[in-house]
Design a protein around this ligand. Sequence first.
Ligand code: OGA
Ligand code: MN
Length: 225
Amino acid sequence: MNLSGIDMTQMTENADLEEQLIDDIADALAQRGFIHLQHLLPKWLALQLMHEAQRLAAFEFKPAGIGRNNHQQVNSQVRTDSTLWLRGNSLTQQAYLDWMEQLRMGLNRRLFMGLFDFECHFSHYSTGDFYQRHLDAFKGRSNRILSSVFYLNPHWSESDGGELLLYADEQPSPLLVVPPEFNSCILFLSDVFPHEVLASHSDRFSIAGWYRVNSQSSDRLDPNQ
Ligand code: OGA
Ligand code: MN
C-alpha cells in the first residue's frame, strides 16, 4: 500500500469487463433504455481517476460550453461546471478509455448499435454549480447515441446535493434520482432521457461520455469536442 491507499500491485492488472456484466447492460438498455450501476470499475482505477480529476481541476479545467464546435458558447444560465476532455494523456485515462472501448465492442456485438467511437470529459461542479434539464442529443441531429456518467465522489451524502435527475420525456417528476457516488455509473440513451444536475453543495467530480455513430455520409467524422 502507498499513502493514497491504492494497492500498487493491482495497478498493472487489466481492467477487464466480464461478459456477464455486458450482458446485463445490454439487456437493460434494450428493455428500458438506461441502467444505473454500482461498484463498476476496479477500485484502484476509480481512485486513480478521482486523484487525476482533483489534481487537474485546479488549473486545466475550463468553463463548460453548450452546443457543438463553432456554435459552442459558455452559458452559465444552463450549466456552470468546468470540464476537461480525456485524451489518453496518462495511463489512468488510457485505462478508462480502454474499459469503455471494451464496453463499446461488447454492446455492438449484442445490440448492433453501431457505436463508432467514444468521447468523454471530466467535470467539476463547485459549490452552487448545476446543469439545467437538457437532452444530450436531438433525434436525427446528433451522432451521440449512448450517454455515460461515471462518478468520483467518496463519502457523498444527501446534504451534498448534486443529484442527477433522469426524466421520461416531458414528465415533471424524475424517473430516477442518481446520487453521484464513488465508482457508480449511469448509462442512458442520449436522445430519449432529459436530465439535470441539481446544485451541488460540495466539490463534485464525474466523467461524462458519449458513444457516437458516424453519421456522416462521407468518410469524414463529425468533428468532435
Ligand atoms: C452532461 C451531464 C450529468 C452529471 O455533462 O451532459 O448531463 O451527472 N452530466 O454530471
Ligand atoms: Mn447531459
